[in-house]
Design a protein around this ligand. Structure first.
Ligand SMILES: Cc1cc2nc3c(=O)[nH]c(=O)nc-3n(C[C@H](O)[C@H](O)[C@H](O)COP(=O)(O)OP(=O)(O)OC[C@H]3O[C@@H](n4cnc5c(N)ncnc54)[C@H](O)[C@@H]3O)c2cc1C
Length: 423
């Protein structure tokens, strides 16, 4: 049993890890660099969508990404100055190596298995007293091309054995009956009736409140600047020159994970995949949209929340930054324009009731999270690399890490996510 556990990172992964450790009786101190609005855990679309179990590297993605990557209003953009960066080049080559059918299938199965208890674990958070805004309205997939629809629907086959509920393909009219806000451009799609959504900032705040109430120490706005090690053990962390002793250290620093581990010369290849979201409150349509909507053709997620709507999407590799690129924001807004009836011709991207956010998804080259002991260390764990699925997988990650820390042994379910696979 670990007594003093230091968790580095106050996004959903660090917070859920701290939650599960606290429930098991560990004394937890969590450090977060902040501000919270810069973390992916604040910016995301808020979907608890374990059915979306596909990893990012996929067969055919090399050709698509080459077409997209230098066009700054496409779903994927790589800033040209990143290309000569040897670390990024190595990451990209590794990523492309995983764009094959065999790895895609294996990763889909690992994701689908890991996410299978996501809803039950969210229920347990609630039962334990964590308060946040949640909606149980399912998730609609809508298409303007029937060819794209059929291809994507066929790709769901590997997920079916895991028992997720997916409706048969539905016509545009049937989808509009389900979600009247859909426009006549929508030709068809399908529905995931069990998926849920949460309002991200309320989840982060709810977890922090619960942790404070249950004796954990939160040190916000305090970045960890170093990890002290002796042989195979981490012994302390440093924050603003202060040495804080630890029996166990968990690095859950999202897209900053590589940076935090760099002094230990660990190979944990987590790159920053920047995304954007636009909040409009109130919704600019009446009656308001009720169900979450995924536009896979343009990779845009739309989430109705209490009194507002969030549009989220795009993947940008430009390093760790919060620069707002207007052409990428406009591309997200355009998608809402074709899919939603009565959507304003020009989506407001500034002004009263409008907020635009950016945050970086922690991306690994094989598309799988990195969860487990850091190779060479007995008490230094990593929990990162959740890419597009950190909300869905955070409570499961917290449980797995807490079990590993308190028993010493990683549970079997996280074997595919072992950090040693990069060594
Ligand atoms: C636009 C967008 C939409 C998304 N939509 C969804 C969705 O609908 N569903 C879903 O499941 N996932 C979604 N995701 C992905 C999800 O948001 C991420 O996988 C998840 O938030 C990652 O959480 P994290 O805790 O690992 O990282 P983060 O949320 O980035 O948190 C990392 C934290 O570590 C802190 N930190 C960094 N360095 C240090 C240091 N040296 N010391 C201390 N703290 C440090 C940072 O300040 C930060 O708070 C989306 C992501 C984006 C960008």
């Amino acid at each position: 049993m670990a007594d003093e556990v230091v968790v580095i990172g106050g996004g959903v992964i660090g917070l859920c890890t701290a939650f599960s450790l606290t429930q098991r009786g560990a004394r937890v101190t969590l450090f977060d660099a902040g501000p919270p609005e810069h973390a992916a855990s604040h910016v995301n679309a808020g979907w608890i969508a374990p059915t979306m179990a596909e990893p990012v590297p996929a067969p055919g993605l090399i050709a698509t990404s080459l077409r997209w990557m230098l066009k700054s209003d496409s779903p994927l953009f790589i800033e040209p100055r990143m290309l000569p960066n040897p670390d990024f080049l190595r990451w990209t080559l590794r990523f492309w190596q995983h764009c094959n059918a065999r790895d895609y299938l294996a990763s889909t199965e690992a994701f689908a298995a890991f996410g299978a208890n996501a809803f039950a674990l969210y229920d347990r958070l609630r039962e334990a007293g964590v308060r946040y805004e949640e909606h149980r309205n399912g998730l609609v997939f809508a298409y303007r091309s029937l060819e794209n629809l059929e291809r994507d629907y066929a790709a769901l086959e590997p997920i079916r054995p895991f028992g997720y509920e997916i409706t048969p393909v539905m016509s545009g009219d049937a989808l509009r009956e389900l979600e009247p806000a859909l426009s006549a451009t929508v030709q068809g799609g399908w529905w995931l009736p069990n998926e849920r959504s949460i309002r991200p900032d309320t989840l982060v705040r709810g977890l922090k409140t619960w942790l404070r109430e249950h004796g954990a120490t939160l040190r916000e706005g305090q970045p960890i600047t170093g990890i002290e090690t002796t042989g195979k053990r981490a012994t302390a962390v440093f924050a603003e020159g202060e040495r804080v002793p630890a029996d166990t250290v968990v690095v859950a620093a999202g897209a900053w994970t590589r940076q935090v581990l760099a002094p230990l010369r660990a190979d944990v290849p987590v790159a920053a995949g920047k995304g954007y979201s636009i909040d409009l409150s109130p919704q600019p349509i009446n009656p308001p949209m009720r169900r979450s909507l995924y536009l896979h053709e343009t990779r845009v997620a739309i989430t109705p929340l209490d009194g507002m709507i969030r549009l989220a999407g795009t993947m940008e590799f430009s390093g760790l930054n919060h620069t707002l690129r207007s052409e990428r924001i406009a591309a997200i807004a355009r998608s809402a324009g074709w899919a939603i009836r009565g959507w304003p011709e020009k989506t407001p991207t500034s002004g009263p009731g409008v907020h635009v956010w950016t945050g970086a998804r922690p991306m690994t080259p094989d598309g799988l999270p990195v969860i487990g002991w850091l190779p060479g260390y007995q008490n230094l764990a990593v929990a990162s690399g959740h890419a597009m699925a950190g909300i869905a997988l955070a409570p499961g990650t917290g449980e797995a890490v807490a079990e590993m820390v308190t028993t010493g042994t990683p549970p079997e379910i996280i074997a595919p996510f072992n950090p040693a696979r990069f060594g």
